[in-house]
Design a protein around this ligand. Structure first.
Ligand code: PGA
Length: 254
């Protein structure tokens, strides 16, 4: 089944408002290829200006987190309503840096995913094993439990809209990309887990991205794999030419 490819930039804690405007202007100038779903996930303080800068460009703007509650005493959190008001369409949830440095758990990822769907924001749910888990041969087990955790109680209708990003932790920001075969196998496995939860027709519609040192050089081979529906790009998304080159690699999907 054909799935529309997604190329999403995860800027992490990079770029001020002025820099955001500049980088989006550069992407707009270079990006002639419109067939992929293109997303930039920027810091909270950049959201409003990113939305403005992307107007008319078919680039969606995403946040890098979303609160699980509607409002109230949750210091430091940003609600779905606030994000929607800013024009945000996507939210990265459960990135390994959130899990590693800020205590994000599968239960939190699940609540944030449900909240995101409730408000019509597309969740980009991140899962992936650490290096020691891979060495211990528990890659599939870890990914299965993170997927089951994230999707607990989520109805098929929401699951179908959700984007999953498989990001092996050892490949993030390290320059060590998973081989295209390993990435494809892990994503194929995740799709089978989703098929167990929702049935094959739903699982076959869910876009599953690869993330972890994906760049302008390795994007073509990663995107050539049948299970890989796109990329969640960190470092390379901060360089307009590289990000646009990765967007172009989605051509192979059509
Ligand atoms: P990277 O980051 O492309 O810099 O490895 C990917 C991510 O963390 O989403």
């Amino acid at each position: 089944m054909k799935r529309k490819p997604v190329i999403a930039g995860n800027w992490k804690m990079n770029k001020t408002v002025a820099e955001t405007k500049e980088l989006i202007a550069q992407i707009r100038k270079l990006n002639v290829y419109k067939a992929a779903e293109v997303v930039v996930c920027v810091p909270f303080t950049d959201l409003a200006s990113a939305v403005k800068a992307c107007k008319g460009a078919r680039i969606g703007v995403g946040a890098q987190n979303i609160a699980w509650a509607d409002k109230g005493a949750f210091t430091g959190e940003i609600s779905a309503e606030m994000l929607k008001e800013a024009g945000v369409k996507y939210a990265v949830i459960g990135h390994s840096e959130r899990r590693q440095y800020f205590g994000e758990t599968d239960a939190g990822v699940n609540k944030r995913t449900a909240q995101s769907l409730k408000h019509g924001i597309i969740p980009i749910v991140c899962v992936g094993e650490t290096e020691s888990e891979r060495n211990d041969g528990v890659t599939d087990k870890v990914n299965e439990s993170q997927i089951r955790g994230a999707f607990a109680g989520i109805a098929a209708e929401g699951a179908r809209k959700t984007i999953v990003a498989y990001e092996p932790v050892w490949a993030i920001g390290t320059g060590r990309t998973a081989t295209k075969e390993d990435a494809d196998a892990a994503i194929g496995f995740i799709r089978r887990v989703l098929a167990k939860l929702y049935g094959k027709p739903v699982a076959n519609r869910i876009r599953i991205l690869y993330g972890g040192s994906m760049n302008a050089k390795n994007c073509d081979e990663l995107m050539s794999m049948p299970e890989i529906d796109g990329g969640l790009i960190g470092g390379a998304s901060l360089i307009a030419a590289d990000f646009c080159r990765i967007i172009e690699s989605a051509k192979s999907k059509f």
